[in-house]
Ligand binder design. Sequence first.
Ligand code: UD1
Length: 346
Amino acid sequence: MKKKILVTGGCGYIGSHTIIELLQSNRYDVISVDSCVRSTPETMRRVEMITGVNVHNYQVDICQKEDFFHVLEENPDVQGIIHFAAFKAVGESVDEPLMYYRNNLGALANVLEACQKFHVQNLIFSSSCSVYGDVKNLPVSEATPMGKAFCPYAHTKQIGEEMIQNMMVPNPEMNALILRYFNPVGAHPSGLNGELSPDKPNNLIPIIMHVASGVLPQMTVFGTDYDTRDGSCIRDYLHVSDIAVAHLKAMDYLIERKNCQQCEIFNLGSGNGVSVLEMLHAAERIIGQKLNYQLGDRRPGDVPAIYGDSQRANTLLDWHCQYGVDDMIASAWKWEHYLKNEIYDK
Ligand code: UD1
C-alpha cells in the first residue's frame, strides 16, 4: 500500500521536483501545503503534465498553526513530512532578518509540533551547505563543524537543525534526516518544470538563462579576485532532479528504518567545484551564443569556495548524481524557452 507524504513548499522549485519523483516511484501518495507567497499553484498543473497525477495543494501558511493542523486532521494517514517551505534569498535575509527568523523558524516549530501531535514519525528537513560558513578544508563532509553563519538565512538553517536535534530527545519515536544541499540548479529533463524566479532572480543559473533569452540585458560576475583557480567563486552545482531523487531515497531510508540514529545528516552535492566563469563558459557552449557579462565587485555574504563530500549519501542512501553540468544547463535552457512561450509572453 502506498504511503502518504505531506510536502511543505510543494509548489516550489525543489518541492515540486521531489513530488514528481515520489509519485513516479509508485510508492507514495502526496499532499502539498504551500501558501504560494513565493510560488504558484500552477506548479501542480505542470506536475500533473509530467506524472498524470493531480496533487492537492492546501494553500495554507504553515506559520498559521491552526490552519496547518487542520490539514493533518483531514489527513490522519500522513506517514512522513518533507519540509521545504522557507525563504532562501541570502541578500534579502540580510535586509530583512526578522522576516527570515519568523518565517523559517516559526514554520519549522509548527512542523515539529505537528509531528509530535499527529504522530508523524518521519521528517526530512531542507538544510543548506551555508551552515558550514567559510571553510578552508574542502570538500566539506558532515563531520565538518558548522562555522559562523554568513547571513541570517544560513543562521535559520543552523538553528533549524538544532531545533530538530533537540526535539528528538523528548520524542523517541520521531526520526529525522537533515539534508544539506549545495547549489541545486537546472530543470526537469522534460523542460516542463523548473525554477520560477522572482522578477529579479538572485541565483546564477536563472540569471544566465534570462541574459541568454534577452529577458535581462546583461549580468555581472561577482568577484574575480578570489583565491581560486580563475579568481571567481567556486560552488558545487547539482541537478534539481538528482536532489529530488535523493529525497525519495531518504524517505525510503526512514520508512524502512535504516537509520542508525534518530536524526542523521547528509550532504547533497556532486563533489565537483565549478567556478562562476567556468559555468558561464559552459552555458555559452551549450546554448551556442555569447553571453553579455561584465566582471564586477564581490557580492556581500559570498564565501570564496565551497563544495561537498557526499560519500555518506552515496553509500547509505545509494544516491548518485545522474546529471552533469551540461545537463543542468541544457535543462535550464529548455525551461527558459517554456517560460518565455507559456508565461512571459502571455
Ligand atoms: C546560496 C547558498 C545555498 C542556498 C542558495 C539559495 C552558500 C554557500 N550557498 O547559494 O546554500 O541554497 O544561496 O539562494 O551560501 N553570481 C554571480 N553573478 C550573479 C549571480 C551569482 O557571479 O549575477 C555568483 C555568486 O557570487 C556565487 C555563485 O554565482 O559565487 C552562485 O550564486 P547563487 O546562485 O546565488 O548561489 P549561492 O549564493 O552560492
